[in-house]
Write a protein that binds this ligand. Structure first.
Ligand SMILES: Nc1nc2c(ncn2[C@@H]2O[C@H](COP(=O)(O)OP(=O)(O)OP(=O)(O)O)[C@@H](O)[C@H]2O)c(=O)[nH]1
Length: 325
């Protein structure tokens, strides 16, 4: 690497190190990579392996879940890169390199190893040898920062985003709808709070294993455009994106049934669910409160229930198999 390349790499490394969240870090990296001459497209992905729910089966479930970055995305999946991603996930050992199997040249950043979720950044285009060296040099900085920020933003057991991250992301979702009110109900987001009813949580190992199984069912059961969090103890949050009320009910009901029929090592467990629509006229804490009220109703009524709270708008809507109040 020339002195000039080194200086450039140092300067960019210093910029990357200043980012206080994985979101900002990756945004920063993407915009730098996009500014390189010859680069046509940059895209980033998070890849979750759906373990350890052995024997879950089910047509709606996937073995790996690929989520495109940034988190709030309207598209479910960028199919153009699906092929390269699938092959990289299967064959790459991690690191930075050229992917030669595709028509156009692709440089990949693969933050693999023990990291969950695995991160892959794809850079399409043809860059000079100098720029490639700078890109390569930044990879180490980026992957170390990802590991560091993950420790802050993710729950160490399930590797789902933690409560603090949920607060931040929900604010972003509310802001998103502030700027762009959905034209149709199918473009809405929904906040669901899920609570595991499980007698053996007093026993640590059983409890942890159950949480791992539940988080694996979540990762497999929801779309890649939905956002999953471990909220607190036995509570999880899902932000279900880009669907209407029937759609969110379909997804929650499917998950409820998946849990009810899952062979947990600790025996049978149920899940209670409360949900509300992400209405940009209400703050993130109010939305959580609304979903929490619905969850409370679900837990105190018939267990294994799903309850919708539209109380913020003081409206009731008729539904067949989902309770409203
Ligand atoms: N965001 C989100 N929406 C879902 C999910 N599951 C179902 N939906 C919504 O509910 C609708 C009906 O879902 P399904 O009953 O699974 O029907 P489907 O014909 O298999 O849905 P498609 O995947 O669109 O083909 C979908 O079109 C989505 O709008 C989910 O996990 N996440």
């Amino acid at each position: 690497m020339s002195t000039e390349d080194l200086q450039k790499a140092f300067q960019l490394s210093a910029e990357l190190l200043q980012n206080q969240s994985y979101h900002d870090l990756t945004q920063n990296l993407i915009s730098f990579l996009r500014s390189i001459e010859g680069v046509d497209e940059v895209s980033a992905y998070e890849i979750f392996s759906a373990t350890p729910a052995a024997g879950t089966g089910g047509e709606n479930q996937r073995d790996t879940l690929v989520r495109r970055f940034p988190l709030i995305s309207n598209d479910d999946f960028d199919n153009q890169n699906a092929d390269v991603l699938r092959k990289l996930v299967a064959e790459s050992q991690g690191g930075v390199g050229y992917w030669v199997g595709s028509v156009a040249p692709v440089i990949y950043y693969d933050v693999a190893g023990a990291m969950e979720p695995r991160r892959i950044v794809l850079i399409k285009g043809a860059v000079s040898a100098h720029d490639f060296e700078v890109i390569r040099g930044l990879f180490g900085v980026y992957s170390n920062q990802v590991a560091l920020l993950d420790a802050r933003e993710r729950d160490p057991l399930t590797r789902l985003l933690n409560r603090d991250s949920m607060d931040r992301v929900l604010e972003q979702v509310v802001d998103f709808y502030h700027l762009k009110q959905p034209e149709k109900e199918t473009q809405s987001s929904w906040l669901a709070l899920l609570d595991i009813d499980h007698a053996s949580f007093s026993h640590d190992d059983d409890g942890e294993e159950t949480l791992l199984h539940v988080s694996a069912l979540l990762k497999k059961g929801f779309r890649s455009s939905d956002l999953l969090f471990r909220f607190d103890g036995e509570e999880f949050v899902v932000i279900v994106n880009q669907t209407d009320k029937d759609g969110v009910e379909t997804s929650l009901e499917r998950f409820r049934k998946d849990v009810a029929s899952h062979p947990f090592p600790a025996g049978k467990i149920n899940v209670s669910i409360g949900f509300t629509r992400v209405d940009p006229d209400y703050s993130a804490p109010l939305l959580i409160e609304s979903a929490d009220q619905a969850l409370y109703q679900a837990k105190t009524g018939a267990s294994n229930a799903i309850v919708y709270n539209d109380a913020l708008r003081h409206k009731q809507s008729p539904m067949d198999d989902v309770e409203c109040y």
